[in-house]
Structures are given as structure tokens and as C-alpha cells.
Unconditional design. Sequence first.
Lengths: 90, 233
Amino acid sequence: MLSLLDLLGTIGGSILGLPGILGVALGMTTRNWIVAPILGGAIGVLSPLILGGHHSAEVPVTTLDYSVSTIVGILAGLVGCAIRHKGAKV
Amino acid sequence: MPDNHGHRRRNILLRIWDAFWSPTGLFSAGFLLIAGFLAGILFWGGFHWSLELTNTEEFCISCHSMETNLGEYRETIHYNNHSGVRAICSDCHVPHEWQYKMKAKVMAVKDVYHELRGTINTSEKYEERRLEMAAAVWKKMKATDSRECRNCHAFEYMDFTIQETRAAQNHQRAVDENMTCIDCHQGIAHDLAPGYLEEYQHVVETLAQGRIPGTASRVDLASIKSYLGFAAD
């Protein structure tokens, strides 16, 4: 039960964090369905590295964190690309 | 309902959807950019403000279920001390880092669910669940190297020379043996349930099993008991 909750929390944190928000923003910069998820995925990979640290504690970034962050980044990139297709002529 | 031209009017949601995605002929790109920027600031500010409201002590203790642990916390040094510096609920239970804070907030939805269900609404029910609830927090703290403790307490800035001898010795040992705050300070803010040491050992072992061999925690039950002044068996 806790692990499911942990998974849901990690997904929610990623959607409301850098992979979700910047992923959509970067996805909106292109109409290319390949480039958009790559940009989003890159943010998903970098996000735990950039923001996962702590000034004093040694907090390990888990495989779950990386996986969820990357998948959310890819999906966010695709959503951003879809917004670009739907809402822009260029 | 047919309109004047005899066509059936579309659903209002569909019309809003179409209008939302139609190019505007009334506003310039600059106007929309500035308006979007301002709306973004207002939305984000409001979101963050609301989030911070859920970090206040008043919010946490507004649930009936929190009365027991609030009473226990008020007896501790984190509530009342010589310096007047206080740690409230969110200081220990909510990470500062954005994505982990969001994760904690999403996971806290279960607290609302259990408050509504009355899972711990009597002292008997609370005591039944005390060890389970404590173990969940210990697991999180152990896994994150007591991140929330270390927002205020960092070994790097501790002056062991002005600590009590026992504290200085044990903190030095904690540094040397790569221990973390919660290894010794399990009952720092709330009462402990019977059998807590065994439960904590179980938490440590469970976490160690999920780690890469060789990086498993070196903390053992004997060292924790020796710190607490119990005979190690």
C-alpha cells in the first residue's frame, strides 16, 4: 500500500515539478513528434540530478525517481507538442 | 434546440473548446504574452500560497486525529526550549525541495482519507496504530538520510566542544559510522510504542535489502541500544 502511495506521490511530484512543467513548455517549442519527447525526456533525466540533492544529507536518487521523472518528461513533451499542433499554425 | 438558421446548437462545452483553440483576432501577441505572464504569476503565487497554508501548524492540527501527537510534541524540546526557535509539524514531515514537497503533499491525501474514516479517532485505535505510523516515518527518514532533520541540524556545523560529553561522543561516532539522525532519535517528538527498537531494526533491514550490496547500512540494533543506554543483547 505504501509503495503504491509512494509511486503515486512520485508521479504527482514529477508532474507538478520540472519534468512536467518544463517538459510541456519544451514540447510546445516544436512540431516534431520525435524531438518533443526527447526534450521532455532529457529534462526528466536531468531533473533528479539537478534538484534531487540536499546541502547536508546524502539522499540517494532511486531508480523509481529516475524512471518516473523520465516517463513524465516524455509524456509532458508529447502533450506540449500536441498543444503546438492544435494551437499554432507554425 | 435549433437556432435561427435551423441548425442544432452545439453543446456549450464544444463551443468553448473551439473558441479556446481558435486564433484570436482581437489581441496582439504582445498583449497575450503579457497577460499570460501576469496570469502565470498570479496563478503560481496563489498555488504556492495555498501550499504554504497546508504547511502551517494550525492546518495540521485542525484534524481531530492529530490531538494525541500534538500533545506529545508540546512536551518536547522542539516545541518549547531556551532559544524560542521552534520546529513545527511541516519542518520534520515535509521536505523543502520542490518535487519531494509535492510528493509529500500527494501522499498526505491518505491522511485526509483516514481522518474521514476515523482510523485513529480514539486513543485505543491510535495506540494500535502508533508503531505502524512511526515505522512509516522512520522508513522515510532513514531512506532520505534524515533530510528534514538536517535542514536545521548539520554535522558540518556542530561544535562538539560545547555539547555534553555523551552527545559529543555519540555524534562523533555517528559521523564515523555513517549513521543518520533517526538511528538514535526515534522518539524525539512523539511517544514511542513498545517494541519500537525491533520495529526500527526491521525498517533498517528492509531498506538495506533494497540497496546495492556493499552500501547497506552499518547501523545495528546493538549500537542503537548502547546509545540509548540499554544493555545490548
